[in-house]
Design a protein around this ligand. Structure first.
Ligand code: KG4
Ligand code: ZN
Length: 341
């Protein structure tokens, strides 16, 4: 197995991106096709699950064909078919799972179900060929905020998680409140460039009984209250200052939790992952913190931070090496927990 190339066709359809990729030996991306539905959902201010499922059905075959074409390979060349089977929107996940099962069955190939968050974490392996567990990883996406100790490939210990809104969700909600639209993360980041991060003092959210847990819904309320208060006083709202101050508060919170965990667990490697990890200000703050602590900092390129199938192929490779295979009863699990399998 060591000398043989393992080629995996990976499929991702858990939310609003229909994606397929061909990945060799977990770290060599031969193709990474992403068909985003963002412009479609923008009309409604957020992801509409029924529309997402329908669009996945319309696009999935084309996306897979393109991924194989770009890799200059056929289905017969694949060693396994991998697919995200949770967590995510059930209807959206089902499209990918049904497709992967059909291909694997028809081609008589092994089927590997992958946890979406495991995929986000594994995105770090693609461009950082030296990265090996153990390391700490902060996963910050639209649906999740997890501080994870990656003990080994496929072995995860969740140190902390959000008690309410995910970090990306907070970006999306605050963006909506200040009229920036969907998806909020990139829009807040852009608006924040022209703002002063110290203009408004929002309190850093704390969870009293969970050292590494997060809570972002209170911060979102603080922003809403600030906007309402200013409007009632007839004051002009400075969107850029709100965006910059909110963003800074989220970043400070994420950094302080990460720093605490690095010290506590004596880790020498720290990685970030998920859509919010593409935020340049967050990356710079994490990099600075890691440098001060003498810890090596890892992050995927922005295109591998947001949803994609290459990260699913990377995660699936290590599952493949561990001999993990799924049966034809593989189902979409919308609330799948990390490390449950
Ligand atoms: O990982 P992802 O593509 O999907 C989920 O698994 O949730 O993450 C999407 C989330 C959205 O909430 C989006 O607003 C946020 O990531 N995001 C960002 C940035 N780009 C995307 N948040 C902050 N800054 C960004 N540049
Ligand atoms: Zn994601």
């Amino acid at each position: 197995m060591d000398t043989k190339e393992v080629k995996i066709l990976a499929i991702e359809s858990s939310c609003d991106e229909t994606a397929a990729a061909v990945v060799v030996n977990g770290r060599e991306v031969k193709s990474n096709v992403i068909s985003t539905q963002i412009p479609l959902h923008t009309l409604y201010g957020g992801v509409v699950p029924e529309i997402a499922s329908r669009k996945h059905i319309e696009r999935i075959n084309q996306v897979i064909e393109q991924a194989l074409d770009e890799a200059d390979m056929g289905l017969e060349d694949m060693d396994a078919i991998a697919v995200t089977y949770g967590p995510g929107l059930v209807g959206a996940l089902l499209v990918g799972v049904a497709e992967a099962k059909a291909i694997a069955f028809a081609q008589n190939k092994p089927l590997i179900g992958v946890h979406h968050i495991e995929g986000h974490i594994s995105a770090n392996y693609i461009e950082n060929k030296d990265l090996k567990p153990p390391f700490l990883c902060l996963v910050v996406s639209g649906g999740h905020t997890h501080l994870v100790r990656v003990a080994d490939y496929g072995k995860y210990e969740i140190l902390g998680r959000t008690r309410d809104d995910a970090a990306g969700e907070a970006f999306d909600k605050v963006a909506r409140a200040i009229g920036l639209g969907y998806p909020g993360g990139p829009k807040i980041e852009k608006a924040a460039h022209d703002g002063n991060p110290s203009a408004i003092e929002f309190t850093r959210p704390k969870v009293s009984d969970g050292l590494y847990d997060f809570s972002f819904s209170g911060l979102k309320s603080q922003v809403l209250n600030y906007i309402n208060g200013a409007q009632m006083k007839g004051q002009v709202i400075n969107e850029a200052d709100i965006a910059a101050s909110f963003q800074q508060t989220v970043i400070d919170t994420l950094c302080s939790h990460a720093a605490l965990a690095i010290d506590e667990f004596g880790m020498d490697k720290f990685a970030i992952a998920g859509g919010v990890a593409s935020n340049q200000t967050l990356r710079a703050a994490m990099e600075k913190m890691c440098k001060e602590k003498g810890v090596k900092f890892y992050h995927p390129s922005p295109i591998l931070c947001t949803d994609n199938a290459a990260m699913i192929g990377a995660a699936a490779y290590y599952e493949y090496l561990a001999g993990r295979r799924d049966g034809w009863d593989l189902n979409a699990i919308p609330n799948l927990k990390l490390g449950e399998k």
